[in-house]
Design a protein around this ligand. Structure first.
Ligand SMILES: Cc1cc2nc3c(=O)[nH]c(=O)nc-3n(C[C@H](O)[C@H](O)[C@H](O)COP(=O)(O)OP(=O)(O)OC[C@H]3O[C@@H](n4cnc5c(N)ncnc54)[C@H](O)[C@@H]3O)c2cc1C
Ligand code: SF4
Length: 344
């Protein structure tokens, strides 16, 4: 049985108190939201914070504000709340779809949006217990000095595996980060970086407090996820797409984001740009799908063959865009859910 290491537990009741604790403890302390990722990681000794600071008792972090002007979601909004609430439909469908396919219902009841956005990166050589990792001499990400995926690489290439980040990036979300020295707002497209260890630009003394979305009026969005088991599994490829389409069917604005094929979710800028000013025809969809797949550079450090995952990127971008132009894709979704494990 894997046991948790010893730690000190703090449970502040205000944001100011939380900021004080993080400021005093620095990187020795870690925020604990739902604990669905952090606690298993601690059991595997991937993360061994001296102090765990629960966010659960801070009321602001549970607040949800929905208005015509936009949406503000406290970081401790659970994924179940998002998946169940009909307010997260129409323009925000991609977020509801992404939230509803994270893990299992029990985990989604605990798991928070903030925790999902701050989720650690994953890799076959890292997501193992302590003894397994010790037997190969650990790796660059923790306790070792070699990357087993690319032994010559000075950089860890563990994969961003959050479902909601690509969806929220496609929706143009921003996040609010707060610390004792102040607050800042960061577009989600600028929160991550291409490094499997330092994958997020959040400082150790900063808390992610809120996710901010402008009005989604006139937008449609969707999320497609590839995983081995249709019932629950981490994504090994995802495509999120959002578009604002005029009454005569022309794309006024669009964003396509490819997830789980790099250390960060990738905004497919060229693919998104190629759609603007055009209808979602077979040609424009095919062009955008090819451009989206071009930026996907999956590595051999997660499930499924990497070249096949790149090919599926174009397929998923096509499905997503066909769905945005109004096609009924329930059949394809059902097939994916039933047969994910036999796709390869
Ligand atoms: C069996 C299993 C299957 C899973 N499947 C999926 C999946 O399919 N897709 C997926 O995306 N995830 C999956 N997960 C991972 C995890 O459950 C989710 O990502 C979840 O949303 C994490 O949220 P949490 O609130 O539990 O985060 P926690 O575990 O509490 O924290 C995760 C990380 O975020 C930090 N953190 C949390 N909140 C904040 C904040 N407000 N500010 C700053 N830092 C913060 C923590 O310090 C920690 O580093 C799975 C986990 C398990 C155990
Ligand atoms: S990519 Fe390399 S360094 Fe990073 S977790 Fe995997 S094996 Fe370790």
């Amino acid at each position: 049985m894997m046991r948790l290491p010893l730690f000190e537990f703090r449970a502040p009741q205000t944001l100011a108190e939380a900021a004080r604790i993080l400021d005093g403890e620095g990187s020795q302390a870690m925020p604990l939201a739902g604990g669905t990722d952090l606690l298993p990681n601690m059991k595997r000794r991937q993360q061994v914070p001296k102090t765990l600071m629960s966010l659960n008792r801070i009321p602001e972090l549970h607040q949800i504000d929905l208005s015509d002007a936009g949406t503000r979601l406290g970081a401790c909004t659970t994924l179940s709340e998002i998946a169940a609430d009909p307010c997260f439909r129409n323009g925000l469908t991609a977020l509801a779809q992404a939230a509803s396919c994270v893990a299992t219902p029990q985990i989604r009841n605990m798991a928070t949006l903030g925790g999902n956005l701050c989720l650690d990166t994953r890799c076959n050589y890292y997501d193992q217990n302590y003894e397994w990792r010790k037997s190969i001499g650990f790796c660059l990400k923790k306790d070792g000095d070699t990357c087993w995926v690319a032994p010559g690489s000075p950089k860890c290439m563990a994969v961003s595996s959050t479902d909601t980040a690509p969806a929220l990036m496609a929706l143009g979300a921003r996040v609010r980060l707060a610390s004792r020295s102040g607050e800042r707002e960061v577009p989600l497209t600028e929160l991550y970086q291409n490094d499997g260890i330092h994958y997020i630009k959040r400082q150790p003394n900063e808390l992610l407090t809120q996710v901010i979305l402008d009005s989604s009026h006139g937008w449609k969005s969707t999320y497609w996820k590839l995983r081995r088991r249709g019932s629950f599994d981490f994504p090994v490829l995802s495509v999120a797409a959002a578009a604002r389409i005029s009454a005569n069917g022309v794309v006024e604005d669009a964003r396509i984001v490819v997830g789980s094929v790099a250390c960060l979710p990738l905004l497919a800028a060229e693919a998104s740009k190629s759609l603007r000013g055009r209808p979602l025809s077979q040609d424009s969809i095919a062009e955008a799908a090819t451009l989206a797949a071009r930026i996907a550079k999956p590595l051999d450090n997660t499930d499924f063959d990497m070249t096949w995952r790149k090919r599926v990127t174009a397929e998923f971008a096509t499905y997503a865009l066909r769905e945005l132009r109004g096609e009924d894709m329930r059949g394809e979704r059902l097939l994916l859910r039933r047969h994910s494990s036999s796709l390869y």
